[in-house]
Design a protein around this ligand. Structure first.
Ligand code: HEM
Length: 398
């Protein structure tokens, strides 16, 4: 009989950047294993890079959260306002994704670089003028992507306490279902009201572009508001965690930090961003899918209706693809990582996330060369219970 392992698994004490050790053992045993989730269901866990990419690109694999067998992350009541095209299949998924694709091209994103640089510089000015030590999450990591996504979408930044708090509630695994539903519904109502304003009085922002499509009958107002919720959450939570956790990882690897600080080559900064994405794997809950047909892969048959979880954290440490995978080496070519997923659902915002991280990492350590931790590693609260991994706080001094 196939052995069943509990999931999610815990990271080892004192190794906050590494995937849980049992994942490594499972990967050595073969590409697929069976795991048990919080609700007793037993989906497949896919641990190897090649098999994950094959499955994520397979049209017989569904991302539809409402299908029986889909491995749900945590208890939930209904979908609140949070179901969006990330949890749908084509053709619905691609119809909706196409509505915003043009806003996230590399070219469009690069045109925002000077504005992002100004946001980062202003925040560092404030940080240097403010209290020392300070929580870097609050003072820098969270405001950078929040300010950027607010400007892009046309969401008032003054409301940041409301949407940051509700986003956190939605994506925390330990949130009770009623609270998650209320936070999701709150975000939906907020975006729906904003959509009403953009329909009446359009501005030069992404939500107004969606409002135009609503007026043209290309999408419903509900779809537009749901898309706003997805972009607002995805746009700030992930990048904020990467800024803070990436900073912690670099401070713990002073040789790598020195390389980054003393080299002016933008290619090295870009390479550092890719390597940190690979190494840190903040989307540690894995890509969740369900099989639409029987699929033979890795010496097993995944039956139609069975769930699967692509554990991208261990795939990004697959020694068949990344030599010495547990070394943080910002000079390696890590661009093949699956930290942004793979296949049709691959991260829409990745050009934006990359650019924000490049600007943030490049600027922070140069402008504050003596930046260091103001707490022991053991005192730092990690987001073990988050759908996205990171730190709740990062006390720093200079
Ligand atoms: C470092 C930052 C980020 C990471 C690590 C990340 C990671 C991911 C991953 C792994 C997926 C695939 C989900 C799946 O296959 O189930 C995804 C999808 C997505 N991401 Fe990101 N993301 C980041 C930043 C952003 C930003 C800044 C935005 C936008 C504003 C964004 C918007 C999206 C959207 C809309 C999707 C759904 C795409 C689809 O289903 O077609 N992300 N992201």
């Amino acid at each position: 009989m196939t052995e069943i392992h509990e999931f999610p698994m815990a990271r080892a004490a004192g190794c906050p950047f590494d995937p849980p050790p049992p994942l490594r053992d499972l990967q050595k045993e073969g590409p697929l294993a069976k795991v048990r989730l919080w609700d007793g269901s037993t989906p497949w866990l896919v641990t190897t890079y090649a098999e994950q990419r094959a499955l994520l690109a397979d049209p017989r694999v569904s991302a539809d959260v409402t299908r029986p067998g889909y491995p749900i992350q945590a208890p939930r009541i209904g979908a609140g306002g949070t179901i969006s095209f990330i949890m749908m299949d084509d053709p619905e998924h691609s119809r909706l994704r196409r509505m915003v694709q043009a806003q996230f091209t590399v070219r469009r994103t690069e045109s925002l670089r000077p504005a992002v640089q100004k946001i980062v510089d202003d925040l560092i000015d404030d940080l240097l003028a403010g209290p020392n030590p300070v929580d870097l999450v609050e003072a820098f990591a969270l405001p950078v992507p929040s300010l950027v996504i607010c400007a892009l979408l046309g969401v008032p930044y003054a409301d940041h306490d409301f949407f940051q708090e509700n986003s956190k509630t939605v994506i925390r695994r330990s949130t009770p279902p009623e609270e998650r539903a209320a936070a999701g519904a709150g975000l939906f109502e907020y975006l729906d009201a904003l959509m009403g304003e953009k329909l009446a009085d359009p501005a030069d922002d992404l939500l107004s572009k969606l409002a135009e499509r609503v007026k043209a009958g290309e999408m419903t107002r509900q779809e537009a508001a749901q898309m706003g919720v997805l972009l607002l959450i995805a746009g700030h939570e992930t990048t904020a965690n990467m800024i803070a956790l990436g900073t912690l990882a670099l401070l713990r690897h002073p040789g790598q930090l020195a390389l980054l600080r003393h080299n002016d080559d933008p290619r090295l900064v870009a390479s550092a961003v890719e390597e940190l994405l690979r190494y840190l794997n903040i989307t540690h809950s894995g890509r969740r899918r369900v099989a639409l047909a029987d699929i033979e892969i890795g010496g097993q048959v995944i039956r139609a209706g069975e769930g699967m979880i692509m554990a991208n954290d261990i795939a990004n440490r697959d020694p068949a693809i990344f030599p010495d995978p547990d070394e943080l080496d910002i000079r390696r070519d890590a661009r093949r990582h699956v930290a942004f997923g793979f296949g049709v659902h691959q991260c829409l915002g990745q050009p934006l996330a990359r650019m924000e991280l490049q600007v943030a990492y490049r600027t922070l350590y140069r402008r504050i060369p003596s930046l260091r931790l103001a707490a022991d590693l053991e005192q730092i609260p990690f987001k073990h219970d988050g759908q996205v991994y990171g730190v709740y706080e990062l006390p720093v001094t200079w």
